[in-house]
Design a protein around this ligand. Structure first.
Ligand SMILES: Nc1ncnc2c1ncn2[C@@H]1O[C@H](COP(=O)(O)OP(=O)(O)OP(=O)(O)O)[C@@H](O)[C@H]1O
Length: 253
């Protein structure tokens, strides 16, 4: 069943049509890669789904929830979490604190109630235990008390994913997760991302320029050009799609 449903989404910036009536779906537990040449509208689509931009027309639904009807700050409660190209971490906090900061966005409305019920100290302990478990699952537990700013970029990319997972999302938006990584780091990160749907029950939407990585881990790919969907299908179908090859993949296919 489709988990994420985007229908006839359009976004204009002044005279530029960045998204032109684009529709797509992602099934629950799928990894969907968005590809396309520079300026195709991938980031714009990503930012409309993540409620950074308010689209000019169209709809975005996650399960039964109309994401565009929510105020942008409620997006985490609806089950959407994201990572950022340039890391959305707090450099002067420890790994553990960064992950706990990610978890706070999920306690939201129930937070006050649970404080009244179990007290703030117990709530903190619960979040801390959850953050420790996540660090362990992402093989980052040895860094729990390291400051984020003291660790290499590749390790911080994993921490960024741990932080996003801490809110218990249903949809994870990954914005160029492999940007700035070495080839061996990309391999490790691909394995991690590939394992996320099964281990954490998330659906993943991924924007990434490293073609081998997208082709290797995506269940489906949406190829975009000039704000429109050029093709949608399995990596194999996309690799062989004449229009995709002509407009974008060329030698990379
Ligand atoms: N905030 C903005 N203001 C004005 N124009 C924008 C804005 N964001 C994107 N655009 C324009 O919308 C179009 C789509 O851009 P977008 O960044 O979504 O493409 P992209 O596929 O993500 O490209 P890239 O691979 O280079 O990141 C481009 O023509 C871009 O110049």
């Amino acid at each position: 069943m489709a988990d994420l449903v985007v229908e006839e989404l359009s976004m204009r910036f002044g005279g530029i049509t960045a998204l032109d009536s684009l529709s797509m779906t992602v099934e629950a537990g799928q990894i969907c890669g968005l590809i396309g040449p520079n300026g195709a509208g991938k980031t714009t689509l990503f930012n409309c789904v993540g409620r950074v931009y308010q689209p000019s027309a169209g709809s975005v639904r996650l399960g039964d929830v109309d994401l565009l009807a929510l105020p942008a700050h409620r997006i985490a409660y609806a089950g959407v979490a994201r990572t950022f190209q340039n890391l959305g971490l707090f450099p002067s906090l420890t790994f553990l604190e960064n992950v706990m900061a990610g978890a706070y966005s999920s306690v939201g409305g129930g937070f006050l109630k649970s404080i009244l019920r179990i007290g703030i100290a117990a709530q903190e302990r619960e979040l801390e235990a959850r953050a420790h478990r996540l660090l362990e699952m992402l093989e980052l537990d040895r860094h729990a008390f390291s400051l984020a700013k003291d660790q290499p970029f590749g390790t911080l990319k994993r921490l960024e994913i741990a932080r996003a997972l801490a809110s218990g999302p249903r949809l994870l938006l990954l914005d160029e997760p492999a940007g700035g990584l070495t080839d061996s780091e990309v391999g490790e990160l691909s394995e991690l991302i590939d394992s996320l749907p099964e281990r954490f029950g998330v659906t993943v939407l991924l924007v990434e320029h490293r073609m081998a990585m997208v082709m290797g881990i995506s269940d489906k790919i949406v190829a975009m050009s000039y704000g429109r969907k050029l093709a949608e299908g399995s990596p194999e179908e996309i690799r062989q799609h004449p229009e995709v090859i002509a407009s974008y993949l060329g030698g990379a296919a």
